[in-house]
Write a protein that binds this ligand. Structure first.
Ligand code: PLP
Length: 398
């Protein structure tokens, strides 16, 4: 394996990193030429896989035409991409507009700001509280970080943005007891991508819809990891019956280029004025040209039918592994976002050892929380590669 020791990056990252050179389909090659099956997809980003000529063609054509122009101007790609996003989400809500950004955390910042702006306009100052769910993860900038209740992410950076609160995931009564008109927003994930891969129960989604509607609190679906096919459905929200007022996408949106989209309803959009929010790069012509193609590709019913079929095979194979291996406590997740909860004296170290052993055998995995082996492969993964990946995983687990 071709690793680099102590690269000149901030010490947020591992001191020993695999040096990746290139990719094709669902495979990556390291700098020394070793080949890997990638069940991580750049942390749920590379939904269409690597080495895509269609994405490269669209990006390079747009780069020759116009790489950047500020948000003071519209471009055909940004208009088309926003229209496509509004169209494909129309079953969830009739979103009126898109706020583009560059990353997941930025999409959540926009959502939190717009929710506060809405609550202030409707109910006056002081109605600004934000409710998050236990083990949720929404990003690393101060607002999104403050809405991320897990202390390990936020403690060194306190004090956080005030007015943040949390209730346990999938606890409808705690939710009902907590929310009142002093809240501007409730922010949720349908599957807790970083926090252990627990899936929202439909009954909890129903209560979220009811409680937020009752108090006119903005319900934000953070679909940065779950959106655009990852759950085996186009959107996680439709999987569990969630009806968000605002919905956020990022990771797979532009095929690996940085872009986010915050989908907003008319009741929020109608309150905005020029300058209320903005971004230099968000929604640029290159990223939106690629994203328009990615969203159209993923939302094609034939593409999603293949993803749904692969999701069933994936679930079935992992369920067999749970029965066969004593160190696996349970399977979590859904669709193409799956995890195995590892039971060990030191689960964190054991997950690291499993990941290292698989990498050695040419399969790349992710982690979720400390004790879950996570898999979020490209959505184009074929059955043979899926079976190969699970076989390698089986060979290193006890
Ligand atoms: N929200 C969710 C659900 C995520 O999974 C992530 C990243 O893992 C984020 C927000 C933050 O996204 P980014 O790292 O692009 O800021």
């Amino acid at each position: 394996m071709s690793t680099v020791h102590n690269p000149p990056f901030a010490k947020n990252y591992s001191v020993e990193m695999l040096q990746v050179d290139h990719g094709r389909g669902v495979e990556l090659w390291d700098a020394g030429g070793k080949r890997y099956l990638d069940l991580g997809a750049g942390i749920a980003v590379n939904a269409l896989g690597y080495g895509r000529k269609d994405l490269a063609r669209i990006a390079s054509r747009q780069m020759r035409k116009l790489i950047h122009i500020s948000n003071l101007y519209a471009t055909a790609p940004s208009i088309e991409c926003a229209s496509t996003l509004i169209r494909v989400t129309s079953d969830i809500n009739s979103f009126a507009a898109v706020q583009f950004g560059n990353s997941g955390t930025e999409a959540n910042e926009a959502a939190l700001k717009y929710a506060r702006l809405y609550a202030r306009a409707k109910r006056g100052p002081g109605h600004h509280k934000i409710l998050a769910l236990g083990n949720g993860f929404h990003g690393r900038t101060m607002g999104a970080l403050s809405a991320t209740p897990t202390k390990k992410y936020s403690e060194p950076f306190e004090p956080l943005v005030p007015g943040m609160d949390s209730v346990p995931f999938n606890d409808p009564d705690a939710l009902e007891a907590a929310v009142d008109e002093s809240f501007a927003a409730v922010i949720v994930e349908v599957v807790q991508g970083e926090g252990g891969l627990r899936v929202m129960e439909p009954g909890f989604a129903e209560r979220l819809n009811e409680v937020c509607a009752k108090h006119d609190v903005i319900l934000i679906a953070d679909e940065i990891q779950t959106g655009l096919g990852r759950t085996g459905r186009l959107f996680g929200s439709s999987l569990v019956g969630l009806s968000p007022d605002i919905m956020n996408f990022s990771k797979p949106l532009a095929g690996g280029l940085p872009l986010s989209a915050t989908m907003i309803p008319a009741k929020v959009n109608d309150l905005l004025h020029p300058g209320d929010h903005g971004t230099t790069f968000g929604g640029g012509p290159v990223t939106t040209a690629v994203a328009n193609h990615v969203v159209k590709t993923i939302s094609d019913p034939a593409f999603m039918a293949r993803v749904a079929e692969r999701s069933m095979q994936f679930t079935g194979l992992l369920d067999e592994l749970v029965t066969a291996k004593s160190e696996i406590a349970e399977r979590r997740g859904v669709g193409m976002l799956q995890g195995l909860v590892v039971e060990a004296d030191d689960p964190k170290a054991r997950v690291a050892a499993i990941m290292a052993a698989c990498a050695e055998k040419g399969v790349l995995l992710l982690r979720s929380s400390s004790n879950v082996v996570r898999m979020a492969p490209p959505l184009i993964l074929g059955q043979t590669d899926l079976e190969r990946g699970i076989e390698v995983l089986a060979s290193v687990m006890e």
